[in-house]
Design a protein around this ligand. Sequence first.
Ligand code: NI
Length: 256
Amino acid sequence: MKLIDSHAHMDNEAFDIDRDELFEKIEKEMDFIVNIGYDLESSKKSIEYAHKYGFVYATVGFHPDEIVGYSTEAEKELEELAKDPRVVAIGEIGLDYHWMTHPKEKQQEIFRRQLELAKRVGKPVVIHSREAMEDTLNILNEYPEIKGIFHCYPGSAETAKTLLDRFYLGIGGVLTFKNARKLVEVVKNVPMDRIILETDCPYMTPAPFRGKRNEPVYVKYVAEKIAEIKGIEFEEVAVKTNANTRKVYGISEENK
Ligand code: NI
């Protein structure tokens, strides 16, 4: 069964040299991918790909490291983009206290504004949270109707349990790293019906390609690792993560 990459950045310059070939490869070898926006420009690029290719869907949003361009004007434009039928979520949005490109308060304000936007357009969200779990959870608790994906899930198995009624956990290349003990525990403890596959390519490349450029087809190494950890067949990981990804993004079988 062909897999889904729920979180790719094909507009990244790392793909400038061979993007067309990679899209051909994705069409041949994968079910579909979701290209994730992180600012206005990348959101527009994502939509452009999603209109060009039936096997690409898009999200639109401002990543917490990229909120410098977030203005009332930009928000209006973002909201218009968000209404595009090929746009399946708002994201990636959230808090990043690791890079701290912008003060916490500013990040929180823009995060809330985009959660409001997601509510208005009635679409799920893709959450980016780095070294900011407590504040991320507190803000999400202000929006109990919001559902979506916790991308590159950074928390504990314990915290995961509190999220599962509303969120799917995006599991990527980190799971294959030697020091991934915490994430292995998460995967062990979270039921298969809340796990989805992602690459975050060109970043987060799984073993055996760690250190090289990541690409959507490498999501299979993550699926293999999940199968190993859970003691189930690869096929079961594929079937379940595909169903979960379709469900959270609202993409039916007939739609692709
Ligand atoms: Ni990302």
